[in-house]
Design a protein around this ligand. Structure first.
Ligand SMILES: [Zn+2]
Ligand SMILES: [Zn+2]
Length: 198
């Protein structure tokens, strides 16, 4: 497998004039049945330790859509459409991150780790390419937990209004390889922290 991967993208990045960068009451993780089994708790705790915010999780109530047969992948933008509708109908105000085990793509890119839509305060993260075994390395749950948590926190950063950061160790850096992702620290750099008011 090639080591090159596109990290993610931001849909409809729109910051209203009154927008305030801020961390919020709680973060909710929707864990899809296809996501790595048994890791929802550890991932949520890691996100909580990175952000300092309460993080809860539950089995995802949203049915995955957007499967494109000839690519054997799911269209991340379509998944976020469904998720945004669910959030709106249920009056959910907290940011929602959906974790799936399916491989994702967006138009114009072969694959993505995740996608965020700040306007709807939703994001999706795929664990499909975050496990060591995908790169013919020894399976290690700890690595997978770390990467899924980093990607979730990265998408959360977009939801809260952050763009990509040039600091290679910052959560908001846009990684292009697995090694890039592993080179990040489990924290926002000072510049991003300042924006978030942390
Ligand atoms: Zn990003
Ligand atoms: Zn940063």
């Amino acid at each position: 497998m090639p080591d090159y991967i596109l990290a993610d993208a931001i849909l409809n990045m729109f910051i209203p004039g009154h927008f305030q960068y801020s961390m919020l009451m709680a973060i909710i993780i929707f864990w899809d049945p296809s996501a790595p089994e048994g890791l929802a708790g550890p991932v949520s705790r890691r996100i909580s330790s990175i952000t300092g915010e309460e993080t809860t999780y539950c089995e995802s109530p949203v049915t995955l859509n957007g499967y494109v047969g000839h690519r054997r992948q799911y269209d991340a933008a379509l998944i976020l459409d469904t998720l945004a509708t669910y959030v709106r109908r249920n009056g959910i105000n907290e940011p929602i991150l959906l974790v799936v085990g399916k491989d994702l793509f967006i138009n114009g890119h072969d694959c993505v780790f995740g996608l965020a839509r700040p306007q709807s305060r939703v994001g999706v993260v795929s664990g499909a390419r975050l496990g060591n075994e995908y790169y013919n390395r020894q399976r290690e749950d700890e690595d997978l937990i770390d990467r899924v948590a980093r990607e979730c926190t990265h998408e959360l950063g977009h939801i809260l209004g952050l763009s990509h950061c040039t600091d290679h160790e910052c959560i908001m850096y846009n990684p292009h390889t697995l090694d890039d992702l592993d080179g990040k620290k489990n924290e926002f750099c000072q510049h991003c922290r300042d924006k978030l008011g942390l």
